[in-house]
Design a protein around this ligand. Structure first.
Ligand code: NAP
Ligand code: GDD
Length: 408
């Protein structure tokens, strides 16, 4: 009998890599997904097999972290031995716009799931292990350098506050009910499947489109923030290793190197041999009310006790993401050249259309409390030059208001 795993957030970046990983290990994998008016399974489509076929080991179930009944029903149907809770409203800037919803999904949603898992274990008598997707964002205004499992949390966003609550709930279920429950405190991890509004993917998507003449400008926020960026494919292995460990525990997962957003930008543009000074400008809408200035993880415990280590560094990550996004940009360029779609110069419009072609939504928009439909910033990242150029782009190509309502 194959081992059975249940994943919430299976349609997200990490959900897709974890599914791939567990199927590779021979697991039967069940995923909880939300119903939406468009398909949201693009990241796992390559793994999905028609249920009428043979040896089908990936199954999807409609459910929601906010719908406790759906979680209980799925648990009793699936009878998993491992539960990975990856579902979240995971965008930090968006959490300032939707703090209550973010807290409900992350904090209350995790509590719904922990309660359901505890009851499932107690009524079925099955052993079950629980993984909680905790985050380096919880360190916020960092109290030590680097951060490890003993570093105090000092959250700086509604997202991080909610993750801190979910973290302690997980610890409490371990201590109060002897549930095998682990927190993975994962530092930023990226991939070609990263959502397009997170800064790394936003940069690699834009740079490849700029290279092929599909876009002219890239608008960013704080370039001085520093992050410890790893590869998502490496990090899902750490999740699994935590649940195979002899005792339930909490682990930091990180590369141990930190880079500024500016470094990632320069690495990307350098790889494509284009000059960021000609294309990149600051837009204040992407600044956060409170920022996490620096994150740097110490994953010694995961290395020593789980035997885990990262295999991809930041330059390797850039190459991987740029190569993948270049394939997308070339497809789009071919469609423009063949007259199937019109060429456009703004990021919002052309990326939106490219996403429609690929069947996924593109969300490139502004931050909280800023006027919709017009740019509020536009200074050069590398000098003084860009204000006029940005203003020209703004006048000629106003972004539709309905594209400016979320985090970017
Ligand atoms: P992601 O790509 O944004 O995926 C989030 C997933 O959660 C999606 O499948 C989404 O479904 C699902 N979801 C959102 N709200 C839900 C709800 N109410 N009920 C059920 N599912 C819901 O995030 P990720 O990068 O894969 O990250 C996975 C987890 O790790 C998240 O909890 C994130 O906060 C945490 N984390 C991420 C990082 C990182 O650097 N990537 C670092 C530390 C921690 P839809 O497809 O329907 O939107
Ligand atoms: N998204 C975005 N867009 N971020 C920008 C931009 C921009 O245009 N310009 C600069 N940044 C800066 C942000 O201010 C932040 O300091 C940094 O780039 C990284 O932003 P994100 O890529 O959005 O990631 P994050 O660090 O806020 O959050 C991610 O990592 C957390 C782990 O530390 C998410 O995956 C969270 O879910 C995760 O918990």
């Amino acid at each position: 009998m194959p081992r059975v795993a249940l994943i919430t957030g299976i349609t997200g970046q990490d959900g897709s890599y974890l599914t791939e990983f567990l199927l590779g290990k021979g697991y039967e994998v069940h995923g909880v997904m939300r119903r939406a008016s468009v398909f949201t399974t693009e990241r796992i489509d390559h793994l999905y097999r028609d249920r009428h076929g043979e040896n089908v080991r990936l199954h999807l179930h409609y459910g929601d972290l906010l719908d406790a009944m759906s979680l209980r029903r799925i648990l009793s149907l699936v009878q998993p031995s491992e539960v990975y809770n990856l579902a979240a409203q995971s965008h930090v800037l968006t959490s300032f716009e939707q703090p209550v919803y973010t807290a409900e999904v992350i904090a209350i949603g995790t509590l719904h799931l922990l309660e359901a898992v505890r009851d499932y274990r107690d009524t079925s008598g099955n052993d079950v292990r629980f993984y909680q997707a905790s985050s380096s964002e919880m360190y916020g205004k960092v109290q030590t350098m680097p951060q490890n499992e003993h570093t105090p949390f000092c959250p700086r966003s509604p997202y991080a506050c909610a993750k801190v609550q979910a973290y302690w709930q997980t610890v409490n279920y371990r201590e109060a009910y002897d549930l095998f429950a682990c927190n993975g405190i994962l530092f930023n991890h990226e991939s070609p499947r990263r959502g397009e509004t997170f800064v790394t993917r936003k940069i690699t998507r834009a740079a490849t489109r700029i290279k092929l003449g599909l876009q002219d400008k890239l608008f960013l926020g704080n370039l001085d923030a520093k992050r410890d960026w790893g590869f998502a494919g490496d990090y899902v292995e750490a999740m699994w290793l935590m649940l195979q460990h002899s005792v339930a525990d909490d682990f930091v997962v990180a590369t141990g190197k930190t880079y500024a957003v500016r470094d990632f930008l320069e690495e990307t543009f350098g790889y494509l041999d284009i000059d960021p000074a000609e294309h990149v400008a600051i837009d204040e809408r992407y600044l956060r009310p409170t920022e996490v200035n620096v994150l740097l993880g110490d994953a010694a415990k995961a290395r020593e006790r789980l035997g885990w280590k990262p295999t991809v560094d930041m330059p390797g990550l850039v190459r991987m993401m740029v190569d993948s996004d270049m394939r997308l940009a070339k497809q789009e360029r071919a469609l423009v050249d063949a007259g199937h779609i019109a060429g456009q110069s703004t990021a919002e419009r052309s990326a939106d259309r490219a996403s429609i072609l690929r069947g996924v939504p593109f969300e490139e928009h502004g931050g909280p409390g800023k006027p919709a439909g017009r740019l509020v910033g536009g200074q050069s990242v590398f000098g003084e030059v860009e204000k006029q150029r940005v203003a020209a782009v703004d006048r000629s190509e106003p972004a539709p208001a309905n594209r400016l309502a979320g985090g970017g």
